[in-house]
Design a protein around this ligand. Structure first.
Ligand code: ATP
Ligand code: MG
Ligand code: MG
Ligand code: MG
Length: 469
């Protein structure tokens, strides 16, 4: 059974043999791109090559890219603990052509790699194409011999990729694996296609048009390819499961969490272990790339993930800091492929421990307050915004942590009430400030906080380029 590390090598060496330059993953914090919070796909580091702004001495590349989807347009934070196939941190394997080969090579490469080199059972595979992309449908038919009902035509933007409102764009084709009818979910494009039965493993984007401001499109002089395959999902199916969290790598982290908390990895705390294992990876990799917990921007996203994990550790009955004790297990698993993790190990451990120690002081009291509030609410009623704000302001509970806690009980937060409480507090602070005799310039801080938000900062959700294959 191939391990996750085996799959990474198989993928990269397959494309190296096909003349691709093996390029290192870029850091999670994109260089020179303030529009994007974290690298969330393989194409991010190549954006300028697709638009032709930058040239390198290769036209084909392959990578294993570190990705975080915990903010911005692609936010999978709320999926973690609920689906078998989403992480906040994952690795995306990709092959890229910068004006070199196109569809008629990209599809056969993908098919050969998954069915021959990785040995995936053909009878389980199906693909989607953009509804007007006859060319891709024909190639699939020819190369893979797939029957028409396993080449599904999708009319939505799921199968049409755009870098932004203008610029390179094109249809994409996605490869799905059917884990069998014992799992819930329908094929892509069907009403229940959000289950864990038909799992998307690979997305191939065909950049063939340039979109202009007036909505018109022209053929690009150089057509390009951008693909992304989720390594954890492929590891799952090759290891005979539909559950990413049952794969060798994730399982070892779950077992580390179970050992450190003296609990059963598959007992009532199962979901907590999954969340902890996932959040351990995203928080550690973010710190290894220089993000530190803080109250705004990227650092606040990191802090939110950490605190969410800490609540789950608390629910396992753990009294002392836990997360930092799991770092060695992660370094053991991923340190060889990502040496930055080992280099930053002590920094990661110390920062986690410090955050856990600090948050512990208010976490217990905050959860007690939350329980008291809930005890007084009618069944199913939303938590009043004032209470969520108090948890945020006094106890350091990020809003999404409170939402995560309530979701287990099918409850939500009155977010309008939360925003109102926040606005009221800001207005009070501003009034107090102007009454203090400080110069008027000081109020600039509040404007900045207003613009960017201090709590609900989820990412740079701009219209501009964001890798979203
Ligand atoms: P999904 O529809 O399952 O959320 P996606 O369409 O958002 O996936 P893409 O943006 O196409 O994903 O990314 C390319 C590949 O990366 C996907 O085919 C999948 O294998 C993998 N992937 C995407 N998001 C995640 C995630 N949160 N965790 C693990 N793997 C992921
Ligand atoms: Mg998604
Ligand atoms: Mg998808
Ligand atoms: Mg996709």
């Amino acid at each position: 059974m191939p391990t996750l590390n085996d799959i990474r090598s198989t993928f990269l060496s397959y494309f190296a043999k096909q003349g691709h330059e093996v390029v290192e993953s870029s850091p999670l914090v994109p260089r020179n791109d303030p529009t994007l919070m974290f690298a969330n796909s393989g194409m991010v580091q190549f954006k300028n090559l697709f638009t032709g702004v930058e040239h390198r001495d290769y036209k084909r590349a392959t990578t294993a890219q570190k990705c975080v989807r915990a903010g911005g347009k692609h936010n999978d934070l709320d999926n973690v603990g609920y689906t078998a196939r989403h992480h906040t941190f994952f690795e995306m394997l990709g092959n890229f052509s910068f004006g070199d080969y196109f569809k008629s090579d990209a599809i056969p490469f993908a098919w050969e790699l998954i069915t021959r080199d990785l040995g995936i059972d053909k009878s389980r595979l199906l693909v989607t194409v953009y509804h007007t992309d006859d060319e891709a449908a024909e190639i699939w038919k020819k190369v893979a011999g797939l029957p028409d009902d396993r080449i599904i035509r999708i009319p939505t933007s799921d199968n049409f990729w755009q870098m932004g409102p203008t610029g390179p764009c094109g249809p994409c084709t996605e490869i799905f694996y059917d884990h069998g009818e014992q799992h819930w979910g329908g094929p892509p494009g069907s009403p229940d296609d959000d289950g864990d039965r038909f799992v998307e493993i690979w997305n191939l984007v065909f950049m063939q048009y340039e979109q202009f401001e007036d909505g018109s499109r022209k053929d690009l002089p150089n057509q390009s390819i951008d693909t992304g395959m989720g390594i954890e999902r492929v590891a799952a199916l090759l290891q005979g499961t539909n559950d990413n969290y049952a794969t060798d790598l994730m399982r070892s982290l779950i077992e580390a969490s179970a050992d450190a908390s003296s609990t059963d990895p598959d007992g009532p705390g199962k979901t907590h272990h999954r969340v902890i294992a996932d959040h351990l990876r995203s928080t550690s990799f973010l710190m290894a790339d220089g993000v530190m917990p803080s109250n705004d921007g990227r650092g606040y996203v990191l802090r939110r993930i950490m605190r969410r994990a800490m609540r789950h550790a608390h629910l396992l009955g753990v009294k002392d800091p836990l997360m930092y004790r799991l770092v060695p297990a992660l370094v053991q698993q991923m340190g060889a492929a990502y040496p930055e993790l080992g280099r930053a190990q002590s920094l990661i451990e110390e920062t986690l421990k410090q955050e856990e120690t600090r948050f512990k002081q208010t976490l217990d009291r905050g959860l007690k307050l939350l329980d008291d509030e809930l005890a007084n609410l009618p069944e199913g009623a939303a938590l009043p915004g004032q209470a969520a704000f108090k948890l945020y302001d006094t106890y350091g509970f990020p809003l999404d942590l409170t939402q995560d806690a309530l979701r287990e009980q099918d409850r939500t937060v009155d977010t309008d009430g939360f925003d109102a409480a926040m606005a009221e507090q800001k207005a009070k602070a501003r009034a107090a400030w102007s009454g203090s005799g400080e110069s008027a310039d000081a109020t600039v801080w509040f404007d900045v906080a207003d613009q960017h938000g201090t709590t609900d900062f989820l990412g740079y959700d701009t219209e501009t380029a964001e890798g979203q294959i």
